[in-house]
Design a binder for this molecule. Sequence first.
Ligand code: PLP
Length: 472
Amino acid sequence: MPKNSLAPDWLKTPSDSNALALGVWPKHAQRNSSGEIQLAGVSLVELAKQFGTPLYLLDEQHVRESAEEFKRLLELEFNKLGASATVYYAGKAFLSAEIARWMIDSGLKIDVASSGELSVALAAGIDPKKLGLHGNNKSNYELETAVNVGIGTVIIDCESEIGRLQEFAARAGSVQAVRLRVRSGVHAHTHEHLATSHEDQKFGVSLQEAPRLVRLIRECENLEFLGLHSHIGSQIFGFEGFVEAISRLLALHKELLSDGPVPEINLGGGFGVAYVSNETAPTISEIVTALSRAVGTEAERLGIPVPNVCIEPGRAIIGPAGVTIYSVGVIKDVEVDSGNRVETRKYVSVDGGMSDNPRPALYQAEYSARIANRSSDRPPSLCRVVGKHCESGDIVVNNEYLPSDIISGDVLAVATTGAYCWSLSSNYNYLPRPAVVAVTNHRARVIVRGESERDLLSRDAGLSNEFQEGEQ
Ligand SMILES: Cc1ncc(COP(=O)(O)O)c(C=O)c1O
């Protein structure tokens, strides 16, 4: 079949538009003998019937296995170098009480980025010592709450946090362990809004400012300095940025060692995942090997002991384990003049959109989709999966080949939606947020209840009591 010239270069016309590309779909997703996609043994058609669409699904075992693999391999590699290793799960990727417990069961700690995320973890019964608090604009309330509940660490992002934390810790009669987030100046090769360590942005302090701030921290009786923190961005495939950041961080780490202990460094998260079949993301083993090699080599070159290492992956743990299912509605064949000929793009509308996944609109993120309720032997058509919102940028899957006989009523599954979809979701156009269902071992259960329109109306103070929470 000739390529549709509207398709981007990277999108190849598939020989089988039913296939679930390895690494893009959850480990336990496959088609059953009737052609339906199933997750951990449960048909997505059954899940759509039982829980409705749109619906977020998580392959629970996949999430747990990724978390465990990060911990096991990181410890293995750094123990060989005489250091310890800690994996924090970046809760911003997707946090609920259940997910928090999966992480703790897997031996991870959790990084939270607001008092809201902190509340979820605490309400889930997580030991506060296993939590780290992030944020570039932490309020006094957030800092004081974190100190008072006995949070494990606070990642200091600016000078003013030092004095405020000292005051709260002194008041609580405790010593608060802290890290200092630095901008290493490394620009990760990723979307501009996902790169966080180059100079012209809001996070952390510069490498030049850091020694003075560490001195200030060390002067505080109620603060304990653990080390430097760097997060260079997100959805990063190569290791060059990490290697460069490690080199800059360890040079500063060595300088700081001359004035006192610096037990660890924290390298952040940002490890990329494959959203489409032409992408090959680094495996967890490759990530860990690259980081341990870079830290080991650099420490040896500088003549310093290998520090204990922390990392904070979010997306790489939960992203590929997620699938969102939608019901297909209106389909339009739109003729587009591509310059030398008129081509057709099929617009496939689904019952969700940018409210359940704003990443295509925010970052021009690409995704993969498949018809979930059947397989088809029809030739593929170039499709754009769009939502039901009042925005032309309301795109769910920008470029995908789907079987040309796709019809209204089909169930459509979009892969790799485990990270930064539910957590970035909104109620735009008053669409209630979908439920989150975890599937494992032939069993499905709701781990976050979906919203109803009534939930949304109940917060509108302009409505009469009959709509308020608790009223029926
Ligand atoms: C400080 C910090 N750590 C970890 C992460 C997790 O990144 P990712 O989900 O890409 O691994 C982020 C994401 O923005 C972050 O800001």
